[in-house]
Design a protein around this ligand. Structure first.
Ligand SMILES: CC(C)(COP(=O)(O)OP(=O)(O)OC[C@H]1O[C@@H](n2cnc3c(N)ncnc32)[C@H](O)[C@@H]1OP(=O)(O)O)[C@@H](O)C(=O)NCCC(=O)NCCS
Length: 167
């Protein structure tokens, strides 16, 4: 079993913006700016979380925007030296619990077609590939895979193809 890093997951605040913006620059070729992140603090439809280590430093973060009963995961990122220790899984679990508890119809996101780590992360938590956006990303140009997890009546909609061999 992989070692899990102890983190505290809290809502992103203005105090975290510098570190989250740095994490964006480290992780993405087209990073969100500090101003874009700051706008999310004033957006009533957004929920951005940070994962803090024992010293209170930001080691990961994730963003969710909710429109009616639809949840759009906008960002998930973990510092390179802290990966494979369950941090993204913990951030994602908060959104999964929120979606189930608030009767969202689904959570969805886009991911680079070559981003196998992220695709494995989402696939392992019940997200399924439901489509492809051609040339969605730049630097480098690449397709996006659309991954979605559906919920029904506040419960996770489990994929019967993997749980019921009689179907
Ligand atoms: C994708 C990313 C967020 C994963 O963060 P992480 O903290 O390392 O992920 P976790 O340790 O929580 O892993 C959760 C699960 O994802 C899967 N996973 C993650 N990395 C994997 C890898 N290299 N190979 C296979 N599976 C992997 C596994 O299923 C893992 O579950 P397990 O630990 O029980 O085996 C991280 O690699 C990252 O920040 N990448 C750059 C930014 C990015 O691409 N974000 C996604 C944009 S859509």
């Amino acid at each position: 079993m992989r070692q899990q890093m102890h983190v505290r997951i809290v809502p992103m605040s203005a105090d975290h913006l510098d570190e989250v913006a740095e994490l964006e620059r480290i992780c993405f070729s087209m990073p969100w700016s500090r101003n874009m992140l700051a706008e999310e603090l004033d957006n009533a439809l957004s929920a951005f979380l940070v994962a803090l280590d024992d010293e209170g430093s930001v080691v990961g973060y994730a963003g969710l925007q909710v429109v009616l009963d639809e949840g759009y995961i906008t960002n998930v990122a973990v510092r390179p030296e802290c990966r494979h220790q369950g941090i993204a899984g913990k951030l994602l679990q908060v959104f999964l619990d929120f979606a189930a508890g608030n009767h969202l119809a689904f959570l969805t996101l886009e991911v680079r077609a070559s981003n196998y780590d992220a695709i494995a992360l989402y696939g392992g938590r019940g997200f399924r590939s439901v489509g492809r956006r051609k040339n969605y990303y730049e630097h480098p140009r690449e397709d996006a895979i659309i991954m979605t997890k559906e919920f029904r009546d506040g419960t996770e909609n489990r994929d019967t193809r993997t749980t019921d061999s009689s179907v």
